[in-house]
Write a protein that binds this ligand. Structure first.
Ligand SMILES: Nc1ncnc2c1ncn2[C@@H]1O[C@H](COP(=O)(O)OP(=O)(O)O)[C@@H](O)[C@H]1O
Ligand SMILES: [Mg+2]
Length: 220
């Protein structure tokens, strides 16, 4: 089989990056060839697009936002993700296409079918085998994000220690994004995890699902 592609999804502060790193470290520990990457970014041009998306002082229109995320994704998929999967690696990606549907579709109200269409072009043949959805209330997620920002600020007093363009959006926006993610969990590839649990308990569930799917693929 050709690798395994796993995306980590959820609203800001839900614990995606924490779990993506824990999962990657556990796989490396088991000597399973793996790659940890993130969106927007994960590739030189895609990281430049990330700068515009997250830190632009000028207005980025919703439609433009959709296209920029998709452009970054196209670079990332073809130059990084696809080659790693061809080498049989497990690819762990911190955010992927479901974030585009949740944030720009459900959150900003851009037509969802158009976003899917643009992203089908951007992704080519690549789609996640497993999508972990870390579900947390907007209140709890914002609380965690705030604490994370404060601890970052005490380390580096830079512009990027503060909230980015997307993180600065309203409570109502995030409510729509969370509900959108839950709506997409009707797809059996999307696994909802209760993000209120401890990082260790969530990690155990993640690894158990990854190993199950990975072993299943190996035995085919
Ligand atoms: N299960 C958890 N319980 C409590 N706090 C958590 C948990 N997972 C992560 N955190 C903390 O919450 C903050 C946000 O986590 P992070 O992984 O950066 O979220 P995301 O990448 O989804 O924005 C961090 O300060 C992190 O240490
Ligand atoms: Mg993160």
């Amino acid at each position: 089989m050709a690798g395994l592609f796993i995306s980590f999804e959820g609203i800001d502060g839900s614990g995606k990056s924490t779990q993506a790193k824990l999962c990657f470290d556990a796989l490396v520990q088991k000597s399973i060839p793996s790659l940890l990457t993130r969106e927007p970014g994960g590739e030189v041009i895609a990281e430049k697009i990330r700068e515009i998306l997250l830190y632009s002082q000028d207005e980025v229109l919703p439609q433009t936002e959709v296209l920029l995320y998709a452009a970054a994704r196209s670079q990332h998929v073809r130059k990084v993700i696809e080659p790693a999967l061809a080498e049989d690696k497990i690819v762990i990606c911190d955010r992927f296409v479901h974030s585009s549907i949740a944030y720009q579709g459900y959150g900003l109200g851009v037509d969802q079918e158009s976003i899917w269409q643009i992203n089908r072009f951007a992704m080519g043949n690549i789609f996640p085998d497993i999508v972990f959805l870390f579900d947390l209330s907007v209140d709890a997620a914002q609380q965690r994000s705030q604490e994370r920002a404060q601890s970052r600020e005490s380390l580096v007093n830079s512009e990027k220690s503060k909230r980015d363009r997307i993180e600065a959006r309203s409570f109502e926006f995030y409510q729509k994004v969370r509900n959108g993610f839950l709506e997409m969990a009707k797809d059996p590839r999307v696994k909802i995890l209760d993000a209120t649990k401890t990082p260790e308990a969530i990690h155990d569930e993640v690894i158990s699902i990854v190993c199950q799917v990975y072993q299943g693929g190996r035995n085919q």
